[in-house]
Design a protein around this ligand. Structure first.
Ligand code: PCA
Length: 322
């Protein structure tokens, strides 16, 4: 009798252990076909495999579950357990989040990786204070300027309606005499179609994803900066994950950061060629314009340094090897 009870209790336990499975919805903001979304999906698969099916992640790309500007709050408050966000758009919360959008500081994939290495511990700490646990971050290709006319100087930009995606892009618009309007990448095709915006700074990747050749004509390679998307989990959700599964998820995150970096590298030339195939003129900005942008970049860098204080200065010094 006792043995039977013991056995059925044991079976019940085994059954409850087997159903201790969780599904995490993972909102992401960018095109489903973009490498950030692809990396998120591969990360999700990895987590499913590495946790033996105990944690399943479902990616919702393109801002379909939460829009880009809603994702961070959604994860902080537990409306979504995990998500991806471009943290430079949250520079108003902490200026350090703008370190990857300082003009002309880190403009190659190698420099972007080194800057991230220098910045990561500070991001982890800030996110921890915001009820978030950082998992991985993936760079965007170098940022260049899109217009629907030839532009050879800052004077040519006066009064142009400019789509911004974070504080740095809005500030760049102000300093070049353009009119910034903040619009998520998922909505830019519509913004260009309706004339709400007629220019932007972004990667070839985002222009390609959104087929901007339907509305714009010129892409100037400026290599202004390389912002990152960051994947993070709600801290309370993370606290409920077993140590074994935490290790498994960390390993998947490392793999995602590595693979995402190389997907970004590959996507850079592919998408610049895609813009050309769409009929756009793709070329480096001329020397005069580069000189003007460098001056504006210095202003923006010193404004950021003043806002980000010691924490910011320490990241930049570490990046520069000082
Ligand atoms: N694409 C994103 C951010 C940077 C980029 O290259 C966007 O334009 O919203």
């Amino acid at each position: 009798m006792k043995t039977t009870i013991g056995l059925s209790a044991g079976l019940a336990l085994a059954a409850s252990a087997a159903v201790a499975q969780e599904t995490w919805d993972m909102p992401m903001a960018y095109a489903d076909s973009n490498y950030h979304s692809q990396t998120g999906k591969e990360f999700a698969k990895c987590v499913g495999t590495a946790t033996g099916g105990e944690i399943t992640i479902t990616v919702h790309a393109g801002g379909s579950l939460f829009k880009g500007n809603e994702i961070k709050r959604a994860v902080q408050t537990g409306q979504a357990p995990i998500g991806e966000r471009l943290l430079s758009a949250h520079q108003n919360e902490n200026a350090v989040f703008g370190v990857d959008s300082i003009p002309f500081l880190a403009t190659t994939f190698e420099q972007s990786a080194a800057l991230w290495d220098a910045a990561k511990p500070t991001y982890e700490q800030i996110l921890d204070e915001q009820n978030l646990v950082l998992l991985y971050a993936t760079p965007w290709p170098p940022q260049g300027l899109y217009f629907k006319k030839e532009v050879n100087s800052v004077a040519d930009m006066q009064g142009v309606k400019f789509r911004s995606y974070n504080s740095a892009t809005a500030r760049l618009a102000e300093l070049t005499g353009m009119l910034p309007v903040q619009i998520e990448a998922a909505e830019i095709s519509q913004a260009f179609a309706t004339g709400v915006a007629e220019s932007m700074i972004s990667s070839g990747a985002t222009g390609y994803d959104r087929k901007v050749w339907e509305h714009l004509t010129h892409f100037y390679e400026v290599d202004a900066w390389m912002p990152r998307n960051h994947v993070f989990v709600n801290k309370d959700v993370w606290g409920g994950v077993s140590d074994a599964n935490k290790n498994a998820i960390r390993a998947c995150a490392q793999l995602a950061e590595y693979a995402g970096h190389w997907r970004a590298v590959q996507y850079t030339d592919f998408t610049l060629n895609g813009l050309r195939a769409g009929g756009m003129t793709v070329q480096p900005a001329n020397d005069g314009l580069v000189g003007e942008l460098n001056e504006i970049g210095k202003t923006m860098a010193s404004e950021w340094e003043a806002a980000a204080g010691e924490a910011g200065a320490a990241i930049v010094a570490k990046f520069k090897g000082q």
